[in-house]
Design a protein around this ligand. Structure first.
Ligand code: SF4
Ligand code: SF4
Length: 399
């Protein structure tokens, strides 16, 4: 028996306009008193077939250009089976595992935000006519995505983007269309990278809510927790049976391995507050000298949401498209006001990013903007590590 419950987030933000916040909770936040199921690994293809048969575009991890990225999957053969990723500040390498694990890696340069908040979207078009311009509204996107392999920190990132795009004064219609139809198959991490710190941010590594199904991989197959009625319907295609006590114990051991491997930590006891209280700290200048303002950290971050809108016309000047594209607070033009950037040096742009992410995000959205996935550490070409920057400021606070 499944019971609908509003999430704590919904309760906190939903007062006064409840139904809108409750919308996704109906699908995704349920107390699952169904038994945990078990199915053999080849049955994952049956799950994939079932989702595709229901009209979903299934996207999941696969290898492209020597990295594990998210892309459309037709078959489980496209998963990075037997591969893992080694990560450190400014470093990412794929490596063969000594087993055939199907999800024995962490997170790569892609995040699921590219499906919910696409890097480029047409908002409006216009065509020249004999009498003027005809404006063509954006066509609704009917693609239904099923995300396979969503980790706990990524579930947290989706919840944060729900706050940003749906629970503010303005609802983003593109995000909403895609989010309403989303099906999520989460996967519990059974290992951690050296860059992960989700335990510090209380976002993982265990998937606790916000999924339709959540898998834990063990040698002989997958344990499967059900998070929604739709998830229960879909998993019926997998010849699943209630998990045995030995299988439950094996899954617990596998999940604990990820906790035990987590070495990176960020003290959040004085966040929010610490960074906004140290806006003149010399560390900002020091990190500004190392930072290349390349925008990588914001592009890979699963919660960053800055965008710009530009008008793009064809060479004949007969059609114009208004496009929204991802942008970054590290771009000087992003704060261009009255002919010059407000944040006109790299130190001020890094400070803007980090104070927003860890401090003022709380005032704006009621949560931190960081889920501890570590992507910005791995994909920073000069290896700048936000956990080190926060620790350095804490060690020598400005008077
Ligand atoms: S700030 Fe860095 S660690 Fe935090 S969510 Fe973004 S990419 Fe992940
Ligand atoms: S912190 Fe690193 S990834 Fe981010 S803009 Fe600076 S150099 Fe690029």
């Amino acid at each position: 028996m499944l019971t609908l419950v509003p999430s704590p987030l919904a309760l906190r933000f939903g007062e006064g306009s409840g139904e809108r916040f409750y919308y996704f909770d109906k699908q995704l936040h349920m107390t699952a008193s169904s038994p945990t199921l078990f199915f053999a690994k080849p049955q994952l293809q049956a799950l994939l077939n079932e989702l595709r048969g229901r009209g979903y575009c299934v996207v999941g991890p696969t290898i492209e250009q020597e990295a594990i990225v998210y892309s459309e999957l037709q078959s489980v053969e496209e998963l990075p089976r037997g591969w893992t990723d080694e990560q450190a500040p400014g470093q990412y390498r794929l490596k063969r595992r000594d087993d055939d694990a199907w999800f024995g890696f962490v997170v790569g340069p892609h995040s699921w935000k590219k499906y919910l908040f696409p890097p480029k979207a047409t908002l409006l078009s216009a065509e020249k006519t004999e009498t003027g311009w005809a404006f063509i509204p954006r066509a609704a996107d009917s693609t239904r995505y099923a995300l396979l392999g969503v980790r706990a920190c990524e579930l947290a990132a989706i919840r944060i983007q729900d706050q940003v795009f749906l629970n503010g004064p303005y609802q983003d219609p593109i995000y909403r269309e895609r989010r309403e139809q989303l099906f999520i198959v989460a996967v519990n991490c059974t290992q951690a990278a050296s860059t992960c710190f989700c335990t510090s941010m209380n976002t993982g590594p265990r998937c606790e809510r916000g999924f339709d199904l959540a898998l834990t991989e063990i040698d002989e197959g997958f344990l499967c927790e059900i998070g929604s009625d739709l998830g229960r319907d879909v998993v019926a295609a997998c010849s699943a049976a209630p998990a045995t006590p030995a299988q439950l114990q094996a899954a617990e051991t596998a999940r604990q391995q990820a906790v035990d491997q987590m070495t990176r930590h960020m003290d959040i006891s004085d966040l929010p507050g610490l960074l906004l209280g140290n806006l003149d700290h010399p560390r900002w200048k020091e990190v500004g000298e190392r930072c290349l303002s390349c925008t990588n950290c914001t592009m890979v971050c699963p919660t960053c949401f800055c965008s710009s809108v530009t008008e793009v016309r064809d060479l004949n000047m007969e059609t114009v498209e208004r496009e929204r594209v991802w942008d970054s607070c590290f771009n000087p033009d992003f704060s261009n006001l009255g002919g010059s950037p407000v944040r006109n040096d790299t130190a001020s742009r890094y400070r803007q990013w980090l104070t927003h992410k860890l401090d003022s995000w709380h005032d704006q959205f009621g949560t931190s903007g960081c889920v501890g996935c570590g992507r910005c550490i791995t994909w920073c070409p000069v290896g700048i590590d936000l956990t080190e920057e926060v620790a350095a400021i804490r060690e020598t606070p400005t008077p």
